[in-house]
Design a protein around this ligand. Structure first.
Ligand SMILES: [Zn+2]
Length: 474
């Protein structure tokens, strides 16, 4: 959206303008910052300055060759224009070595509008030959910290108005290269101020000190949404009130720290260490390829569970009884252990699942694991007999339909789907088709045709091979 191309701006009533502006501010880009509104005409200028909430949104992306001298002043001016009470929404990203855009979808963050990899002029030497590195990330990291201090204000004055914070200070490789793997106290210091209005917090690539001097986010009474991507912080803020939790640990730095800390613990009022409970949690998304999580053992409100990795990551004991309302399960399958551990840890919860989403998250660690996957997936399908809808990518739906048409031993004598029709759909964007409980093998083959997935008429060997389900090269 570029307001400078609009004509007849002066004819729009004042109150209409003040409704449009916050939308523009929420969609700002480095090319079209919110300040563009001030340049359109005098009436827009007046109207924009009159609406404080327009200036309370900060979408700051720092890439190669950022305009470091201009950005701090813009942030300070905006804070002044935002008045005294408007809640502040902050997105502060270091994009210099942003290499994994996938997590943005996983954690319901906004999709980046800036291409993460740009050609940096500092990467060419005098002869025009390209080198692999530049110093931009060092500058960007320092600049992010500077911006965060401005946005915090003196003694955390502005932190009291923070409503949402999305913070990506650097890439993880940068932390390793700069030997910042024991945390940067400058960041921890800012993040230890009280944030009484913070609802949503998403932090990527932050490793706190082993023994933190500045405990983070101790006062976040209304926080309900927390996403931690390759982070380690000492204690989960406001765990008791969280409704959404997304955790991703894929980098060895985060995993190493996890081994030394117990993020799921907290001290109770008597000072005794207790497992954290998450009694309000509705959505849990976990991407932990190599790890299991300890507790919480009870998730009484959990409706949606999204798992990506090699196993069910919560502790086994009594887990079934403690997820009484699970209705949506989404599985990124990259190992036969994931369906196997679900079938053994939460069989009772699986019986209540209404919608199932399965997608390929390989490559598989071994040929054996790949061959075993359908055998364990069929057990999960057999347990999810309340299923009403089954979605997935074309590869995994091909496996599912083969399982329904030709169930492997020892499940061949029991039905895979329950007694109601199930709606099938290929994601993303495929059309839906129903499968009736009375359907026979020919109906399943017809369904595979309609969904345009591999026909169950193929052998298991060719299904697994032709779907290019991969194995990690030895
Ligand atoms: Zn650069």
């Amino acid at each position: 959206m570029n307001p400078t191309t609009t004509t007849g701006n002066d004819r729009l009533p004042f109150d209409v303008l003040t409704e449009i502006f916050p939308y523009y501010a929420s969609q700002e880009t480095p090319q079209y910052p919110t300040e563009t509104l001030l340049l359109v005409c005098k009436s827009w200028h007046v109207a924009a300055l009159a609406k404080h909430s327009v200036w309370s949104q900060f979408r700051i992306h720092i890439g190669h060759h950022a305009r470091y001298n201009m950005l701090p002043n813009r942030t300070k001016t905006r804070l002044k224009r935002s008045g005294d009470v408007s809640p502040l929404d902050i997105e502060l990203r270091n994009l210099v070595n942003a290499d994994a855009p996938n997590f943005t979808e996983d954690f319901e963050d906004r999709i980046l509008d800036t291409p993460p990899t740009v050609i940096c002029t500092a990467r060419f030497d005098q002869t025009g030959k390209e080198t692999l590195s530049c110093n931009c990330e060092v500058f960007a990291y320092e600049h992010i910290i500077h911006q965060l201090y401005i946005l915090a204000g003196l003694y955390g004055h502005y932190c009291r108005r923070w409503r949402s914070l999305l913070l990506v200070p650097s890439s993880l490789d940068f932390l390793e290269e700069q030997k910042l793997t024991d945390g940067d106290e400058r960041l921890a210091y800012v993040l230890s101020y009280p944030t009484p209005k913070l609802v949503s917090l998403s932090i990527h690539h932050f490793i706190d000190a082993d023994i933190p001097r500045f405990p983070l986010f101790l006062h976040t009474p209304v926080l309900t949404h927390l996403a931690l991507d390759n982070c380690l912080i000492d204690i989960l803020p406001n765990a008791e009130k969280l409704e959404f939790l997304g955790v991703s640990w894929t980098h060895h730095l985060a995993i190493d720290h996890w081994d030394r800390n117990g993020v799921w613990h907290r001290r109770d009022q008597e000072g005794v260490w207790q497992y954290t409970s998450m009694r309000c949690l509705k959505i849990l998304k976990l991407n932990l390829p190599m790890r299991t999580l300890l507790r919480p053992s009870e998730l009484p409100e959990l409706r949606t569970l999204v798992l990506r990795g090699s196993r069910f990551p919560l502790e086994k004991e009594d887990m079934s009884a403690s997820i009484p309302h699970l209705s949506h399960l989404s599985l990124g399958i990259g190992n036969m252990m994931l369906p196997f551990s679900l079938e053994t840890t939460i069989p009772e919860s699986l019986k209540r699942v209404k919608t199932l989403n399965v997608w390929y998250n390989g490559p598989f660690p071994s040929a054996w694991s790949l061959e075993q996957m359908p055998i364990h997936l069929v057990e999960v399908l057999r347990l999810t007999y309340s299923l009403e809808s089954l979605e997935g990518d074309a590869r995994m739906l091909g496996v599912v339909l083969k399982l329904i048409a030709d169930p492997p031993e020892p499940a061949s004598d029991s039905r895979i789907l329950g007694n109601q029709e199930v709606i099938f759909r290929v994601n993303p964007g495929g059309s839906s088709w129903k499968l009736d409980p009375s359907s026979v093998r020919e109906d399943v083959i017809e369904l595979a045709n309609r969904l345009e997935v591999m026909s169950p008429d193929n052998s298991w060997k060719s299904i697994l091979r032709e779907m290019e389900l991969e194995i990690v090269p030895a």
